[in-house]
Design a protein around this ligand. Structure first.
Ligand SMILES: *[C@@H]1O[C@H](CO)[C@@H](O)[C@H](O)[C@H]1NC(C)=O
Length: 512
């Protein structure tokens, strides 16, 4: 193999390992050629480093993008597409449900970047001691300061001073949007949260259960059975050196799997297998899951392990090789430069270690992955990435604190509309119809995955999704004080009008 090839695969590996962290990239906005010409502004606002210590006056520049094209000249409303654990970019200011709503109500459309992610760097690096300001409370404080700024005379001469404020977010940014309404009700009038988990939980085996349900319902029982057979065979094979070599070759691991090192085996199953399925299901569009299952159950290949390997190595995510060395994973995630390729995954992992857990383990038995990825794997990761005091005790007290502060699923604030995807593996941590209230409706949309409802109307992915998007727009308009006038042709609207006319006529008659 020439040095050029080595160089290219090395580069690909860097690109892919950072992207493999499936929770950490911006939801991909559909391309919208018709709106390409819209000018998007970039701005920076100095916000407090620590919103909860009045004696600390340090600040840092927070990045935001905005599309002011639809905003009324004065008293314009403010719609914020909330940034989560990713770098923000223009796409969602040119298309999507928030974009359509902004156009409809003549609001300014903003996109805020979460502290520490993208180019919003509050500290010099990401050493553990520097990450103490990476909490959702601080990130909500940034949003509060941002809203106050946009509503002040300092921003476009008070153009948004008397506007109402709506937030739109998906995934963790959806959780943030809901929590903003809880923490700063005086600053937020309306919230749309798509796929936002609200209940923090250390062990999250439900994630792989939903993945399995999705594979079963869209790919058939034989798809799940084939995966189970493969994983069982692989577990047995890994007990023999020859078997480990075979698996390493079949799955194209970067180096031979060290089957005697449990952390390496867990790394193989997590990075190589469960994350690949997670990526498939979490971002599935119609047809993706059946396509995958066709390869996994292709009877022209008799060996279940071979079939699984065929799919994993051909997955649209072109992995040059699967990393199985835990020490390499640790090395990549302990680089404390903001420019390190895996910085996003490092930052999100930190948030899970101190606030959420949400570890997608195999600890239940309602999935085909045996116990390939145990909870201890993630406990070890917290300690190895951030230091020995990031232990289970700290994790558990952090999770309890998150649920104490934000109420988990026991309270939904008013004027929040939520959407959950029936195939979204995050949905067990988010609200469903049993949590809904008259002022906090929840739409559970069957057969759709993560973050599909923030997309533009008219995509017609499913009829139910399209209907949910319309309901979201109706609720958001109402929460923002813009109820949709009933269409003129509708009889119920005419009856009161008629009655009034007749009454007015009678009164006039009476007076005469
Ligand atoms: C950390 O990442 C930066 C940016 O990619 C790189 O320049 C640096 O060499 C890395 N440091 C280590 C110790 O690998």
């Amino acid at each position: 193999m020439g040095s050029k090839t080595t160089f290219i695969s090395g580069w690909l590996l860097i690109f892919i390992t950072s992207a493999l962290a499936i929770r950490d990239f911006e939801p991909v906005a559909p391309s919208s050629r018709s709106e390409d010409h819209i000018h998007i502004d970039e701005g920076w606002l100095r916000v407090r480093l620590n919103h909860f210590d009045a004696s600390n006056t340090e600040t840092f520049p927070m990045r935001y993008l905005f599309n002011g094209r639809f905003a009324r000249l004065y008293d314009a409303d403010i719609l914020i597409f909330v940034g989560g654990e990713w770098a923000i970019s223009d796409g969602w200011l040119r298309t999507g449900l928030a974009f359509e709503l902004a156009r409809d109500i003549e609001a300014g459309l903003f996109y805020t970047e979460h502290r520490y992610y993208g180019e919003t760097w509050p500290t010099a690096n990401t050493a553990s001691s520097e990450l103490r300001y990476l909490t959702v409370d601080q990130a909500l404080g940034d949003l509060a300061q941002f809203i106050q700024y946009v509503k002040s005379d300092d921003f476009e001469r008070g153009r948004y001073k008397n506007g109402k404020v709506g937030l739109v977010g998906c995934s963790y940014a959806g959780s943030m949007a809901t929590w903003m309404k809880l923490a700063y009700p005086h600053l937020v009038d309306a919230v749309f949260s798509d796929s936002g988990p609200l209940h923090a939980q250390e062990d999250f085996p439900e994630y792989l259960e939903v993945i399995t349900e999705a594979l079963r319902s869209q790919g058939g029982e034989e798809c799940v059975a084939s995966i189970a057979e493969a994983v069982e065979r692989m577990t047995a094979m890994l007990e023999q050196p020859a078997g480990a070599t075979t698996i390493s070759n079949l799955f194209n691991t970067c180096t031979q799997i060290q089957a005697s090192v449990p952390l390496d085996v867990a790394t193989f199953f997590w990075y190589g297998i469960t994350e690949t399925f997670a990526y498939l299901v979490q971002y599935a569009t119609p047809g993706d899951i059946p396509d995958a299952c066709r390869v996994i159950t292709d009877t022209s290949v008799p060996d279940a392990v071979q079939r699984l390997a065929n799919w994993i190595t051909s997955h649209p995510w072109p992995q040059p090789c699967i990393e199985t060395r835990y020490t390499e994973v640790v090395a990549a995630h302990t680089n404390t430069s903001f420019r390190a390729p895996d910085v996003t995954m490092r930052l999100w992992t930190y948030q899970t270690c101190v606030e959420y857990g949400w570890y997608q383990t195999t600890s239940s038995d309602r999935h085909p992955f045996l116990n390939a990825v145990p909870l201890e794997y993630f406990h070890q990761m917290c300690k190895d990435f951030f230091g020995v005091n990031f232990n289970e005790e700290l994790l558990r007290s952090g999770i309890a604190r998150t649920n104490h502060f934000f109420a988990g699923l026991t309270f939904l604030p008013d004027n929040v509309v939520s959407v959950a995807g029936g195939l979204d593996p995050w949905s067990p941590m988010g609200p469903n119809v049993t949590h809904a209230t008259p002022l906090a409706p929840v739409y559970v949309v069957p057969n759709v995955s993560h973050c599909r409802a923030i997309r533009p109307t008219g995509e017609n992915e499913t009829l139910e999704l399209e209907a949910a998007k319309q309901s979201v727009i109706t609720h958001m308009r109402a929460f923002l004080g813009r109820p949709i006038p009933p269409p003129a042709a509708e009889a119920p609207a005419l009856v009161p009008a008629f009655t009034l006319i007749i009454l007015a006529g009678l009164l006039t008659l009476g007076r005469a």
